[in-house]
Write a protein that binds this ligand. Structure first.
Ligand SMILES: Nc1ccn([C@@H]2O[C@H](COP(=O)(O)O)[C@@H](O)[C@H]2O)c(=O)n1
Ligand SMILES: C[C@@]1(CO)OP(=O)(O)OP(=O)(O)OC[C@H]1O
Length: 158
């Protein structure tokens, strides 16, 4: 038995914040704004997993009005949701993610992100793919106002 889910998220750039994507801190002059650590990539994986098990979205489980999730480590949020996935008897088939960022260049950080996501999902890194694309300087991503991400996940009955 299979379940499929997708996630999409956007966070805007802000001064004085670290840039954290896929659980990895990436050297850049600005980070992303959010109630949590604003790890837009992990948020899309979390939303994809929630979608696949029919459990709504990240904001329903971790409201951005709740001080408990202020500056939260998104890896911890994903781990919590992944436990729900496993309790329902599913494991990862594969997950495919796309980061939309004009800058910085993600290529050097793709493998570390992939490995960290695999670790969080109790899976092998071959089951995780992370891609990056610019938007050719078009739109809010192209103007470097923020970063967008999307993910598609396939769960398999364990
Ligand atoms: N922030 C980014 C964006 C892209 N890449 C890599 O560059 C390739 C070409 O990007 P285009 O947007 O011009 O298609 C892309 O396939 C990625 O490999 C990147 O590392 N970081
Ligand atoms: C993760 C949460 C909770 O800290 O906050 P943000 O970092 O603002 O992220 P977002 O994707 O806007 O919504 C989910 C949230 O409720």
């Amino acid at each position: 038995m299979f379940r499929i889910g997708q996630g999409f998220d956007v966070h805007e750039f802000a001064e004085g914040r670290p840039l954290i994507l896929g659980g990895i801190t990436i050297p850049h002059e600005r980070g992303l704004l959010g109630h949590s650590d604003a790890d837009v990539l992990l948020h899309t994986v979390t939303d994809a997993a929630l979608g696949a098990i029919g459990e709504g979205d990240i904001g329903r489980h971790f409201p951005d009005t709740d001080p408990e999730w202020k500056d939260a480590d998104s890896a911890k949020l994903l781990s919590y949701i992944w436990k729900m996935v496993e309790e329902r008897g599913y494991k990862l088939g594969n997950v495919d993610c796309t980061i939309m960022a004009q800058r910085p260049k993600m290529a050097p950080y793709i493998e570390p992100m992939r490995n960290r996501i695999a670790e969080l999902l109790n899976a092998d890194s071959s089951q995780v793919n992370v891609k990056a694309t610019t938007t050719e300087k078009l739109g809010f991503v192209g103007r470097e106002e923020g970063i967008a991400s999307m993910a598609t996940i396939l769960l398999v009955k364990a």
